[in-house]
Design a protein around this ligand. Structure first.
Ligand SMILES: Nc1ncnc2c1ncn2[C@@H]1O[C@H](COP(=O)(O)OP(=O)(O)OP(=O)(O)O)[C@@H](O)[C@H]1O
Ligand SMILES: [Mg+2]
Length: 309
């Protein structure tokens, strides 16, 4: 059914470099959340911290009543079975063909017979469009294919929590559209809790239930998709609209006067505030019950906005 992940006051540094501090958010069970942020703000570090690969200095990560930050290695090993993770670089074993790469978690964590493993591996390879590439080595295929192999591998254990680090980077636009539909369909079918890091704004606008944004070592905002899409917070608006004008600069943060000037000029151009429609599960896929709750939440928000206007 997916599990809730509750992050409180999390801080991560490397030496003197604080990556982010005091990050608190709850990933609701069974919902899809997207984490955005400029390059280098620590999104990948956040995912690695969630699975216990990196140790935070402060704060807690609570899953099923247990704080992951306090667990020993063998306890973490058990908790990790809840997770399916696609790392940013795919992290495939270079000397193993795709079939064996995807079968790896099943062989490592289960006692399933090879016949059953074969069924699962081929099912997932089919799902990501890799049938026929079983024998290929990671070095022999395109970046997009490696991504999709990593996706298949993240799914073989039927995880309760799915973390994808830029699943869409290196994919062509058509494949990104298929991937987004796959995520929405998968979520409706298996109801796992998803956290997806992406730079693709179009995906971020239409796929998730919740959006979070990391900037300047902080989680600027985390909340329901529709609330962030309608937000007036300058960083959120700049990022979700992919604009140059705003607090986020190319190499570093801009000074306040410059940001103010840019934003003043910007108000002359029409600002798109139309709610982006949510991507729905494909035909024949039953929507999970929580979709009704989300629809109610969105309707309530629209009512409140109308009342405010
Ligand atoms: N193991 C590590 N040791 C030291 N510093 C690290 C380590 N891993 C990441 N960092 C630093 O943490 C910061 C955040 O890195 P991270 O990879 O999480 O960024 P990101 O938001 O995922 O960026 P991108 O969008 O480019 O993938 C960077 O400054 C990086 O150099
Ligand atoms: Mg990253």
């Amino acid at each position: 059914m997916g599990v809730e992940i509750c992050v409180e006051g999390l801080t991560k540094s490397f030496g003197h470099q604080v990556i982010w501090q005091d990050v608190s958010l709850t990933l609701p069970a069974g919902e899809v959340s997207v984490l955005l942020g400029p390059s280098g703000t620590g999104k990948s570090v956040f995912l690695k911290t969630l699975v216990g690969l990196l140790k935070p200095e402060r704060g807690s990560i609570t899953i099923q009543g247990r704080d992951l930050t306090g667990l020993r290695e063998h306890e973490l090993y058990e908790v990790r079975k809840l997770f399916g993770v696609l790392f940013q670089d795919g992290a495939l074993f270079g000397s193993m063909n795709l079939y064996d790469n995807i079968a790896f978690p099943l062989r490592e964590h289960t006692r399933k017979p090879e016949s059953e493993i074969r069924r699962i591996v081929l099912e997932k390879m089919d799902m990501v469009g890799l049938i026929g590439a079983e024998e290929k080595l990671p070095g022999e295929i395109s970046g997009g294919m490696r991504k999709r192999a990593g996706l298949a591998r993240a799914l073989v254990l039927d995880p309760e929590i799915i973390l994808f680090d830029e699943p869409d980077s290196g994919l062509d636009p058509v494949r990104v559209a298929y991937l987004n539909q796959l995520i929405v369909d998968l979520n409706a079918q298996i109801d796992a809790t998803f956290l997806i890091v992406t730079h693709d704004i179009a995906s971020a606008r239409q796929v998730p239930d919740n959006i979070g944004l990391l900037f300047r070592r902080e989680l600027v905002m985390f909340g329901p998709r529709e609330r962030l899409l309608a937000s007036d917070e300058p960083v959120v608006r700049q990022f979700l609209n992919g604009r140059m004008q705003g607090p986020i600069g190319m190499a570093e943060e801009k000074d306040a006067a410059q940001v103010e000037q840019e934003l003043a000029q910007l108000t002359e151009a029409p600002v798109v505030r139309e709610p982006t429609p949510r991507l729905l599960p494909g035909p024949g896929i039953t929507r999970p019950p929580r979709w009704e709750a989300i629809a109610r939440r969105e309707a309530e928000l629209r009512r409140r906005e109308a009342a405010d206007a």
